[in-house]
Write a protein that binds this ligand. Structure first.
Ligand code: XLS
Ligand code: NI
Ligand code: NI
Length: 434
């Protein structure tokens, strides 16, 4: 045991009345929600990068945090891994997620970097023999090093494509070794700054080929998890190719990958794309590509990805309602792609942030489940579309051509009467539960 979290005990459940800042008031893993354990409904995960690799910098200033593992080589990486698992244990975290470069330092060559990653992965594997925490997903960092400044798969230099492919191979191997439930690709540099130096058609083809190779390799090694693409409209590049869920779907269709790849939807990225989180979820569910979620919240004014911990129950409840209606998570989960504010220096802040985030997710889940159990919203939706249940209406979508439909309108003297959409009544209904 390190002394990093000294004085902090495993987080207990104390119920809604508790005033203890380091206790759960709603998160109760074994509580049954819609017939499933709360832990299995939410599948909460801790992001290694924000919690253990991020140093508290912003564009105007560097590190604010002091952590005993910062700035070091492999010795520090080992300490970081040990402390990460101490935090997972304190929180009872069901899952974690990492980039290759979060867990181990880059070496002089890719071979050395890969050795570093594998060594820490071996440590995780040993730790996971006794810890209940599983791997939600692994990924490769194809955006921090300057070699990726003009893209990874979409780079004008084929050597960068090759380097990225080799890096993904190792990250996918390690994710497989650790029993990861998913593998994520977020293309932070897969986009462009100016068309003056960019051949977009070529770059999109490269990205499609790259993704196809990742899928092929997944099958070759027998990785049973889901490959996920994480959409984001911009930041760091000005225009990113994986703009939003609908854009990703069109891309997957073009390369015949829509049955192979799903999406990891991040709250803040939805906001940056001009959508709501629930819109992105509903789009993915409707298109059959809903996979997983990066849970956070975005500042609505800032215009960049602020990655704050979720703390808005009513907003999250309507999003979880969409997830539950879509059948819930299969391999996905709620990964806290959330970081502390840079003034939150203390180890206790890190724990409290997750306790709060986990509680908000739990409370939102309970609210969404209550909406479903009440049934009023589902009933209103069924009523609204009831007209489509008649044989004539069904036939219209399948057999009838325009002329037949026109004849039907004439014959039955059809004259549609507008009906209320009842939005305010439905909002009032939802507000009974959130
Ligand atoms: C950045 C992304 C990143 C991915 C993983 O905005 O959210 O953290 O989740 O590469
Ligand atoms: Ni993310
Ligand atoms: Ni993000």
């Amino acid at each position: 045991m390190s002394d990093f979290f000294e004085g902090i005990a495993p987080i207990p459940f104390e119920g809604p009345e508790s005033e203890n800042p380091l206790a759960f008031r709603f998160y109760q893993p074994d509580r049954l929600v819609l017939g499933k354990r709360m832990e299995d409904q939410l599948r909460l995960s801790i992001a290694y990068w924000h919690s253990f690799a991020w140093e508290g910098g912003d564009p105007f200033g560097g590190r604010t945090f002091e952590r005993p593992w910062f700035g070091g080589g492999m010795e520090a990486a080992r300490l970081k891994a040990e402390i990460a698992f101490e935090m997972f244990d304190l929180l009872g975290a069901p899952f974690f997620a990492f980039h290759d470069r979060d867990i181990a330092p880059e070496g002089q060559s890719l071979a050395e970097s890969n050795r570093n990653v594998r060594e820490i992965a071996d440590y995780f594997a040993r730790r996971m023999e006794t810890s209940p925490t599983r791997l939600l997903w692994g990924t490769a960092n194809l955006f921090s090093n300057r070699r990726f400044m003009s893209g990874a798969a979409t780079n004008p230099d084929p050597e960068v494509f090759a380097y990225a492919a080799a890096q993904v191979k190792c990250a996918l191997d390690v994710t497989h070794q650790l029993g990861g439930a998913n593998y994520v690709l977020w293309g932070g540099r897969e986009g462009y700054e100016t068309l003056l130096n960019t051949d977009m058609g070529r770059e999109l083809d490269q990205l499609g080929r790259f993704l196809s190779k990742v899928v092929d390799y997944k099958h070759r090694i027998g990785f049973p998890g889901t490959i996920l693409i994480e959409p984001k409209p911009q930041e760091p590049t000005k225009h990113q190719y994986d703009y939003d869920v609908a854009t990703v779907y069109g891309f997957l269709r073009r390369f015949g990958l829509e049955k192979e790849v799903k999406v990891n939807i991040e709250v803040g990225h939805a906001v940056l794309a001009g959508h709501s989180f629930e819109h992105e979820i509903a789009t993915a569910v409707a298109l059959g590509i809903f996979g997983s979620v990066d849970a956070n919240r975005n500042d609505y004014q800032s215009g960049w990805d602020t990655d704050q911990f979720p703390n808005n129950v009513p907003e999250l409840a309507v999003a979880i309602h969409q997830i539950l209606k879509g059948g819930g998570f299969v391999t996905g989960g709620f990964n806290f792609d959330s970081k502390l504010r840079r003034q939150s220096l203390d180890p206790e802040d890190l724990i409290a942030a997750h306790v709060g985030g986990m509680d908000v997710c739990a409370r939102a889940l309970l609210a969404a489940a209550a909406i479903i159990e009440d049934g009023g919203l589902d009933q209103a939706l069924a009523d609204r579309y009831a007209g489509w249940e008649t044989p004539e209406a069904r036939d219209m979508l399948v057999e009838a051509d325009l002329a037949a439909i026109a004849a039907w309108v004439d014959q039955d003297n059809i004259d549609p009467q507008p009906r209320s959409g009842k939005q305010e009544k439905l909002e009032n209904l939802v507000n009974r539960f959130v």
